[in-house]
Design a protein around this ligand. Structure first.
Ligand code: NDP
Length: 279
């Protein structure tokens, strides 16, 4: 289990990923540079962006600024991006990757993901990821929003096992079945919208648990994920929230509280259902 923002978890291909990272979804490009630099200064080592977020240029600028201000090296960071649904042919994926790399101003990515499975349309795209991986342009490849049946389909043709499946997960969507399945394949789950985009932070039962540990609801949720071995990308544009979301290494939820949070599952999503996502 990770004990700091700097702590890394070993993935199935030997690469190491920081367990708790900063996401930049819904941040305008021009605002992203400051957010990313603030995140690096606050100790975040993983930055999660995507082609569709439209802020890879700002992310790259923020990385350069953050590295300059902290004296860190590129290798100290872990940068993830994702190929969007309208780029799922082999050539489109290769083009999207190099476009992302250029916007970010980087010469490699730590992790590149297929953003959504679409209608099982990911075969060519995954082949492109595999060839970029084998060429050393990406340290690890993975998927996002894949359900068990998508992972089963992928397994039929993939040479390289994805290192992670990044999916929506929070107390109302604990993803226990997917997690158990992925574990048998050596695939880690990384939660997106772990705070349910802020919509779960006033929940009474979570508030009670938070009071018991003198922590915030956000801290309790992130701690729950860390203790159940779920990797995290959490977003905030505010340095004080970035700091507080990272202040989750000085307490341990007991078994009863872990079980109580797990029992809040309703299979409720704030984002789209992967099987019905029509785009
Ligand atoms: P989160 O669950 O991380 O919630 C972010 C929201 O919560 C923001 O409105 C933020 O506001 C607020 N917030 C953050 N911390 C606190 C706090 N301590 N107290 C109160 N409010 C808080 O949602 P996201 O959807 O952003 O998910 C996280 C990341 O996951 C994304 O940024 C992205 O990188 C990734 N993602 C991936 C997807 C995929 O399909 N693969 C889909 C969606 C997200 P403020 O910024 O004002 O602090």
């Amino acid at each position: 289990m990770i004990n700091s923002l700097n702590d890394r978890v070993i993935l199935n291909n030997g690469t190491q990923i920081p367990g708790l990272g900063l996401g930049v979804f819904q941040i305008p490009d021009e605002a992203t540079s400051k957010v990313v630099a603030d995140g690096i200064k606050a100790g975040y080592r993983l930055i999660d962006t995507a082609q569709i977020y439209g802020n890879e240029a700002g992310t790259g600028e923020g990385i350069r600024l953050g590295l300059k201000e902290t004296g860190l090296e590129r290798d100290d960071l872990f940068v993830t991006s994702k190929v969007w649904n309208d780029h799922l042919t082999y050539d489109q994926t290769i083009d999207a990757f190099y476009d992302s790399l250029q916007k970010l101003g980087l010469d490699y990515l730590d992790l590149y993901l297929i953003h959504w499975p679409g209608d099982n349309a990911f075969k060519e795209s995954y082949r492109a990821l595999e060839s970029l991986y084998k060429a050393g342009k990406i340290k690890a490849i993975g998927v996002s929003n894949f359900e068990i049946h998508h992972l089963e389909e992928l397994e039929k043709f993939a040479d390289v096992v994805p290192v992670i499946d990044q999916v929506e997960s929070h107390p109302r969507l604990n993803q226990d079945k997917l997690r158990a399945y992925a574990a048998t394949k050596g695939i880690k789950i990384q939660a997106w919208s772990p705070l349910m985009q802020g919509q779960i932070l006033k929940d009474d039962s979570l508030k009670k648990i938070a009071d018991k540990y003198q922590k915030s609801v956000a801290q309790v949720i992130l701690r729950w994920d860390i203790q159940r071995d779920v990797l995290l990308a959490v977003k905030s544009v505010r340095p004080e929230r970035m700091a507080s979301n990272a202040d989750v290494f000085d307490f341990t939820l007991d078994k009863t509280d872990m079980a109580q949070i797990n029992a809040m599952n309703q299979d409720f999503r704030v984002g789209p259902e992967p099987d019905d996502f029509d785009f």
